[in-house]
Design a protein around this ligand. Structure first.
Ligand code: HEC
Ligand code: HEC
Length: 397
């Protein structure tokens, strides 16, 4: 069984999942009045649950479609199986065929029940054992210890979360100040209030690059539109709400609202488009032990998007002071999934350094975005951050 997870090309845009936020539930439940109720109905319609959309969901019920798809990404990452390996081959060309049961799918259901029982019985209900704990990226967990591994070079694995400030490292404030300095200095960076960028985007298994447009407006609005060959894929955060929209080759539901950790993640990414406010973008900062990325020394600064939320980790190059990586997490019913963004090719735009290339990696795919032009402080129409429409097929074919 291959360890590598090869994804259907059509799944490249599936973004990581989110959980329904408690704040959202509370605000909906306490809402009164007709207008409010209308709004509530509209919101509920937008937030479709897995069982409203899919026809054979027996266990993973009561979660938004996006989080459900996140659990599927988790299964793939944990077991090393791609989507069609656990489902039927035909599901590669038809969302409906994912409903067909297969022996592996049935086993996966039994595994969910087993995993929940282990956590409930032995760990007081804390989700400490996940599919990944046993499978580690392979379909049939290994049973016998590996001597080569035991006596080989130790594999450094970073901790998932930094629980306390490491000793002998600078404070988060110092690292963030150095970052602002590296970008052009606080005064200069504070002048950045919007930008419009163009470039190209390539998915994990795409042969072609597709045009991409990025719109951002301070303090925290951001939209990315990839003009793919079966239609546009859009990710938008408008300052309060966010959505992903994609053609039906890429998603079972064309427009999905961002919720939970996905929404929090989109908010952080939008806020970090304007680095002057980096210190306000997260809270509960702490710095982990020094580490490396591709032999470069980096310092990891971790912040939180809110109490009880998973951490967001920012990696700064020790020499240049620049942000080279962001890792954030999304909780799903079966475990936490990572999203990683690697920033590169910093260029000077009117005295402010901006990353012209970033690589996004998540459990369902990887994409590379390269900018060709960035216009700063250009006017950006509010419509750029509106809820995206169901993607129309591309005009040229
Ligand atoms: C290890 C096995 C496994 C892998 C890998 C897997 N799935 Fe699933 N999938 C399941 C199981 C089990 C269910 C049913 C869950 C339930 O009954 O609650 C399911 C259900 C679904 C459904 C709902 C179908 C319906 O109409 O009822 C879709 C859609 C789906 N999977 C898509 C995917 C995609 C896309 C991937 C790849 C990212 C994927 N799955 C990877 C096991 C898997
Ligand atoms: C406590 C350890 C453990 C956990 C947790 C676990 N598994 Fe497994 N899983 C196993 C073992 C062991 C096997 C192999 C059983 C065998 O050889 O018959 C297996 C087999 C499987 C298989 C069948 C593979 C095959 O080729 O027959 C699938 C699919 C699977 N697991 C999916 C999952 C998913 C999805 C999760 C999370 C919901 C999960 N497992 C959680 C231990 C675990």
């Amino acid at each position: 069984m291959p360890r590598r997870v090869f994804m259907r090309s059509s799944l490249r845009f599936l973004v990581t999942a989110g959980t329904i936020s408690v704040a959202w539930l509370t605000s909906v439940q306490s809402a009164g009045g007709q207008a409010r109720r209308a709004e509530q109905t509209a919101q509920e319609q937008k937030l479709q649950m897995a069982e409203d959309v899919f026809t054979n969901v027996q266990l993973l019920k009561g979660i938004p479609v996006k989080e459900f798809m996140g659990t599927m990404g988790f299964f793939s990452a944990a077991t090393g199986m791609n989507c069609t390996q656990c489902h039927v081959e035909e599901s590669g060309g038809s969302w409906a065929r994912y409903a067909d049961d297969t022996p592996l799918k049935q086993t996966a259901r039994r595994m969910i029940v087993m995993m929940n029982a282990i956590n409930r019985t032995y760990f007081g209900g804390r989700r400490v054992v996940t599919c990944y704990s046993c499978h580690r990226g392979i379909t049939r967990p290994e049973v016998i210890p590996d001597l080569a591994l035991q006596y080989g070079e130790p594999m450094l694995r970073e901790p998932d979360e930094i629980f306390q400030q490491a000793s002998g490292v600078p404070s988060a404030d110092q690292i963030l100040d150095k970052y602002i300095q590296a970008l052009g200095g606080a005064q200069r960076v504070a002048t950045l209030t919007s930008f419009v960028a163009k470039g190209n985007h390539q998915g994990y298994d795409d042969f072609e690059k597709y045009p991409v447009d990025v719109y951002a407006k301070a303090p925290g609005q951001r939209t990315t539109i990839v003009h793919g060959d079966s239609g546009d894929s859009t990710t938008t955060y408008n300052g309060r709400a966010g959505w992903v929209a994609a053609p039906d080759t890429a998603t079972p539901v064309p427009v999905l609202p961002l919720t939970g950790d996905d929404l929090a993640g989109a908010k952080v990414e939008a806020a970090l488009s304007f680095p002057a406010q980096v210190k306000q973008a997260l809270s509960d900062w702490r710095v982990g032990p020094p580490t490396t990325i591709d032999d470069r020394d980096v310092l990891v600064v971790q912040g939180k998007t809110g109490a009880g939320r998973p951490p967001v980790k920012l990696y700064f190059d020790v020499d240049s002071g620049l942000l080279v990586r962001l890792v954030r997490y999304t909780d799903t019913l079966v475990g936490r999934i990572p999203t990683q963004i690697d920033y590169a090719d910093y260029r000077d735009v009117s005295g402010i350094k901006m990353a012209f290339k970033w690589t996004t990696t998540w459990t369902n795919g990887r994409s590379v975005t390269e900018l060709t032009s960035v216009q700063i402080n250009a006017p950006v129409d509010a419509a750029a951050f509106a809820q995206p429409a169901r993607p129309a097929p591309p005009s040229k074919k």
